[in-house]
Design a protein around this ligand. Structure first.
Ligand code: MN3
Length: 203
């Protein structure tokens, strides 16, 4: 049984970056529904002994098309939102330190340049989707974007996502309306770089 990541902060703790109603709806409704539907699909597919990463990386092995689609969308929704809520915090913001700061500099030249590039990917995702910072086994960093609930794992890369930007309208529309770039810029004030660094180290 896959369990939804529980928020270690109150629903209004991310204000003014993310408003209380958005957190309540996003985590309490959308993420909860992805989790419930993923668990149902996992049971129907007989995959209860697999990890979410194993399931997403091996979608091709599920012969039934409807079931494969359910696992892809709800498994992605489950995994992606666990990562999203795990890597934002009322204590977030600023810049990473240590190994991740070094790797970002190595890959993108500077933190500002990294921020510019991932923000452009997030703003440029047509329709619903995500922007990603991921790392491979060797520790190299990559940026990418994806549609719907796809992610670097379900898309068959060998990368592990360590930070993400949810650009589905449910993530920002109540407060930011059509101004997606304003939401993306504000989100950096709550990114928990300690959590991202931990994910990098445990990739
Ligand atoms: Mn979402």
């Amino acid at each position: 049984m896959f369990k939804q990541y529980e928020l270690p902060y109150a629903a209004d703790a991310l204000e003014p970056v993310i408003d209380k109603l958005t957190v309540e709806t996003h985590h309490g409704k959308h993420h909860a529904t992805y989790t419930a539907n993923f668990n149902k699909a996992v049971e129907d597919a007989g995959l209860t002994d697999k990890s979410v990463e194993e399931i997403l990386a091996n979608l091709d092995s599920v012969a039934d098309e409807a079931l494969r689609t359910a696992l892809r969308n709800n498994g992605g929704g489950y995994y992606n939102h666990n990562l999203y809520f795990k890597t934002i915090s009322p204590d977030g913001g600023g810049e990473p330190e240590g190994i991740l700061a070094e790797k970002i500099k190595e890959a993108f030249g500077s933190f500002e340049e990294f921020k510019k590039q991932i923000s452009a990917l997030a703003a440029g995702q047509f329709g619903s989707g995500w922007a990603w910072l991921s790392a491979d086994k060797e520790g190299k960093l990559y940026l990418s974007k994806s549609a719907n609930q796809d992610n670097p794992i379900s898309l068959g890369t060998s990368q592990t996502p360590i930070m993400c930007i949810d650009v589905w309208e449910h993530a920002y529309y109540l407060k930011y309306k059509n101004l997606r770039p304003d939401y993306i810029a504000a989100l950096f004030d709550v990114i928990d770089w300690k959590a991202v660094t931990e994910l990098y180290e445990n990739r």
